[in-house]
Design a protein around this ligand. Structure first.
Ligand SMILES: [Fe+2]
Ligand SMILES: [Fe+2]
Length: 219
């Protein structure tokens, strides 16, 4: 992703979209830190919540610097809010595995790919903060990988779990595609291909999670 000086408002809008994701990640990790049964998970999620709070602050600062007069009419992403509702239902029902699937595995998995692309575009354009960028990316990677390990531990040796979770995966993944579709014009402004993000995300997953081929509706 190449970020040109005239793109400040568009970048700020992109950051605003990521800010919404960071706020969701914070709320989810905080709740997970209260409801998981084991100390290791509770500690991990408490740390994750602190990190997500920091990530949100980074994006908020970035928006303030790029667009001190505001970003105009740019409301919350409705598809992301719908994703939040589904995740909050899983948390309210105490479905720990489903919360991992929706947050750490799927949303953070794709977020990881998208943030990497944005970070790659910052360097060549002389946009600094490389240490912060590296730190955020490292933390997001850790959240995603912990989610995968913890999720698989829930279902070790349960053959029927694959089929059950296939349905849940497809459900969340379908919603993720709706989110991508809704922000596709914003990414296309930077000549980014959201389909490529999904391909990279899919190929990074262990076999257990490999999605069936679902064509994305991005034009
Ligand atoms: Fe984050
Ligand atoms: Fe994260």
């Amino acid at each position: 992703m190449l970020i040109l000086p005239g793109d400040r408002i568009q970048v700020a809008r992109l950051f605003n979209f990521f800010l919404q994701g960071e706020q969701l990640a914070f709320d989810c990790a905080l709740r997970q830190s209260q409801i998981f049964p084991d100390d290791i998970s509770r500690r991990f999620f408490a740390t994750q919540a602190r990190q997500e709070k920091f990530h949100a602050r980074v994006f908020r600062c970035g928006i303030g610097i790029l667009a001190p007069k505001g970003i105009g009419r740019f409301s919350k992403n409705a598809a992301m809010e719908s994703y939040r509702n589904q995740l909050e239902s899983a948390l309210a029902g105490g479905d720990l595995a489903l919360s991992l699937l929706g947050m750490q595995i799927i949303l953070e998995g794709l977020g990881d790919v998208a943030l990497q692309h944005i970070s790659d575009g910052c360097g060549p354009r002389g946009i600094g903060f490389s240490r912060i960028r590296r730190m955020v990316l490292g933390q997001e990677d850790a959240h995603h990988n912990f989610g995968i390990r913890r999720f698989l531990a829930f279902f070790a040796g349960e053959a029927e779990a694959v089929e059950t979770n296939r349905t849940h995966f497809d459900d969340y993944y379908g919603q993720l595609q709706n989110i991508i579709e809704s922000v596709a014009p914003l990414f296309e402004h930077f000549d980014e291909d959201p389909l490529q993000y999904l391909k990279e995300f899919e190929s990074s997953l262990p076999e257990f999670f490999q999605p069936e081929s679902t064509p994305l509706k991005v034009a």
